[in-house]
Write a protein that binds this ligand. Sequence first.
Ligand SMILES: Nc1nc2c(ncn2[C@@H]2O[C@H](COP(=O)(O)OP(=O)(O)O)[C@@H](O)[C@H]2O)c(=O)[nH]1
Ligand SMILES: [Mg+2]
Length: 203
Amino acid sequence: MELKQATFVTSVASDKNFLKTDKPIIAICGKSNVGKSSLINMLAGQKKLAKTSVTPGRTRLINYFDFGAFMLADLPGYGFAKVSKEEKKKWGELLEKFLSTEDITLVLSLVDIRHDPTSDDKMMINYLYHYALPFTLIATKADKLGKTKVKPRLKEIATDLRVGIADITASSADTGLGKKEIFSIIEQAIEAHKESKNFKEEE
Ligand SMILES: Nc1nc2c(ncn2[C@@H]2O[C@H](COP(=O)(O)OP(=O)(O)O)[C@@H](O)[C@H]2O)c(=O)[nH]1
Ligand SMILES: [Mg+2]
């Protein structure tokens, strides 16, 4: 997989502006503050490509980043208590439009390794199953746990969200843990997506 220095492409607030691209789309979702922006920076090897925030939940936009071999879409974080019902509705609609209309190669679904998945996390996973989207779980902030605690926590979270242990990867934006694995998962998903497209064209 050929990567280039990742660049920010655009932010969109409405489905009318979803990016038209020939590149495979990898989406990142997860609740506010779970570490989406930090993961993007870690993958890009840049400190300030995606804005990380101390005040969570402020982004109601989809941010696109070009990694060369694929386009990464940073989806707005969910589960932020201090937003109005109206805003939550708008967020849900934007997300649903994105997941149902875009040709998504893989969703990286982020959960904090220290916490049990919330009902919002479970709803998100159900969405992904509903739209039959390929996804993998990333358990973030693994540096905050002792090394021996990581594997057992991965198992607990995987069981809770009903995925296999192969479908969850620990990551740390601080130490770079998980970077190689995540690129490898993305690469495999791009291959699988290409193959399924070819298959459909032959039918
Ligand atoms: N220790 C540690 N902190 C992290 C990690 N990832 C994110 N954070 C912190 O968590 C907070 C929220 O991160 P951010 O990337 O903005 O989350 P987002 O809202 O999902 O985009 C920031 O203070 C980050 O520094 C990680 O892997 N390890
Ligand atoms: Mg963010």
